[in-house]
Design a protein around this ligand. Sequence first.
Ligand SMILES: NC(=O)C1=CN([C@@H]2O[C@H](COP(=O)(O)OP(=O)(O)OC[C@H]3O[C@@H](n4cnc5c(N)ncnc54)[C@H](OP(=O)(O)O)[C@@H]3O)[C@@H](O)[C@H]2O)C=CC1
Ligand SMILES: O=C(O)C1=N[C@H](C(=O)O)C[C@H](O)C1
Length: 243
Amino acid sequence: MKIALLGYGRMGRAIEEIATERGHKIVLKISEDIDTYDLDKSEIDVAIDFSVPKAAFKNITTCFKHNIPVVSGTTGWLNDYEKAVNLCKEQGNCGFIYASNFSIGVNVFFELNEKLASMMKSLDEYSVEIEEIHHTKKLDAPSGTAITLAQQIIAKNPRLKDWQLDHPEKNEIPIYAKRIDDVHGTHTVSYKSSIDDIEIMHTAHSRKGFAKGAVIAAEWLKDKKGVFTMKDALSGILNSSEE
Ligand SMILES: NC(=O)C1=CN([C@@H]2O[C@H](COP(=O)(O)OP(=O)(O)OC[C@H]3O[C@@H](n4cnc5c(N)ncnc54)[C@H](OP(=O)(O)O)[C@@H]3O)[C@@H](O)[C@H]2O)C=CC1
Ligand SMILES: O=C(O)C1=N[C@H](C(=O)O)C[C@H](O)C1
């Protein structure tokens, strides 16, 4: 596969390493405004965007215009996600996957989180909270992954209406974001009561898992049209929780 990397920072470099190991070729690396580049469909099978919040929407929609399937892992731009989805659908000839976290381990963790949220929804004596820890260079807070975890819990529990960074109102899930040098990404969901606590946690030991998942998503998306999720891309790899 011929891959364009939109964003060539920490994740761009990690993706280059994994993609090359899997026999793919990086044909373009962009770390500035996409307008300065010529995206040639005949030279690019798929684009992978791990850039910065202010660039993601433009990077993604430029790929739509050129009919280049695009995988995006950039976080912090999600106010424009629905707009991107609608543009892709209107354009009709593009493929798009966004995920707040491409790691296979985190996608297992997402399944566990949903299952646990279903089990806890009637147990009013427990309060739920989320903690995320990342490196100090991270631009956004809370992490995209923490937001996905909160949205999954809210979807299962009608008592919970929203999430809030640090200072929740009643019926909101607090998300606590910590920044510590060299932490690749740690997420904890805790249910606390006066009697006991229940916690599930995912710890990334490097960026390899995110990069590998993004390349797997790109391989899966390459010849598809439409808007997909990482759950779609992993459907042949992860056993459903129902089995
Ligand atoms: N979904 C997932 O699984 C994961 C998502 N992420 C997310 O991916 C994003 C990137 O993370 P990371 O690699 O650590 O960040 P980096 O800051 O290391 O990399 C971002 C790169 O994008 C470049 N950039 C700046 N402007 C543009 C532009 N207009 N177009 C393209 N590239 C541009 C930056 O260049 P310069 O430095 O010159 O500004 C930098 O090289 C973040 O949003 C992060 O949260 C990270 C890990 C996993
Ligand atoms: O910026 C990072 O590093 C990461 N960002 C993603 C997020 O915001 O959830 C995923 C991962 O935790 C690493």
